[in-house]
Ligand binder design. Structure first.
Ligand code: NI
Ligand code: MN
Length: 226
């Protein structure tokens, strides 16, 4: 599975012939200044919740790429009012079969207000069962016991977890989450973008390593095979 990191919680994977983009927040992320928004292609855009640092460039990219946007019901309706037509609404606990595999929407312990103050429904994470790499994108969330349920759907080969603390779990809780979801290979997201989520990357990596886990902290703009 090919993975490209665009900074914060925005990344793109190519799996089973589909390009899937997550939580697009690029144009106002100073750390992602080198990323060319207009060079990004996507067949799908998954949005975990309504906060601006996850939805900012969604409408623009969906219009430009023609991607199908997948999010919760309230966010899909908000995007529909902005003129988007290709939308697939889900809600926590539900699963849906896409051409690349099955996605289950799971609960995230967070909030989800939209940038204009509209109600943004409940925040979600997504578990992907693709037969290529099975993976979990947690969205923004606290550590929650509900994570123990994820392996009963599919034990993820990889998990994309927030590690920046303050607004979400920090890396210590992310390491505990890794154990709960039975996944040893974690890609860290949602760190360093703002002063309040800056982390010591070496300390985070060492913390994971001491627990027999791997923490990958990708460079913005790079593509790696996972
Ligand atoms: Ni958030
Ligand atoms: Mn966030």
């Amino acid at each position: 599975m090919k993975f490209t990191y665009y900074g914060h919680s925005c990344f793109r994977v190519e799996t089973k012939g589909s390009a899937i983009l997550f939580d697009p927040f690029i144009s106002q992320n100073p750390l992602a200044a080198e990323v060319d928004l207009d060079a990004i292609t996507a067949d799908y855009i998954f949005v975990s919740h309504g906060h601006e640092d996850h939805i900012l460039d969604c409408a623009y990219l969906a219009e430009r790429t023609g991607a199908l946007v997948v999010s919760n019901f309230e966010i899909c309706e908000w995007l529909r009012r902005k003129g988007l037509k290709r939308l697939h609404a889900m809600n926590t606990g539900g699963q849906w079969t896409f051409p690349f595999g099955v996605v289950k929407a799971v609960a995230a312990q967070h909030s989800s207000g939209l940038p204009d103050g509209s109600y943004g429904g409940n925040p979600m994470g997504f578990v992907f069962k693709t037969g290529d790499r099975n993976f979990f994108y947690a969205g923004d969330t606290a550590l929650t016991l509900d994570m123990q349920l994820i392996p009963s759907f599919v034990p993820p080969d990889l998990a994309f977890l927030p590690i920046g603390d303050n607004f979400t779990m920090g890396y210590e809780d992310a390491a505990r989450a890794a154990t709960m979801i039975q996944c040893r290979r974690i890609i860290g997201l949602h760190f360093d973008t703002f002063a309040s989520i800056r982390i010591d990357k070496e300390l985070a990596r060492t913390h994971f390593k001491s627990r027999g886990l791997e923490l990958i902290l990708p460079e913005i703009g790079t593509t790696i095979e996972l």
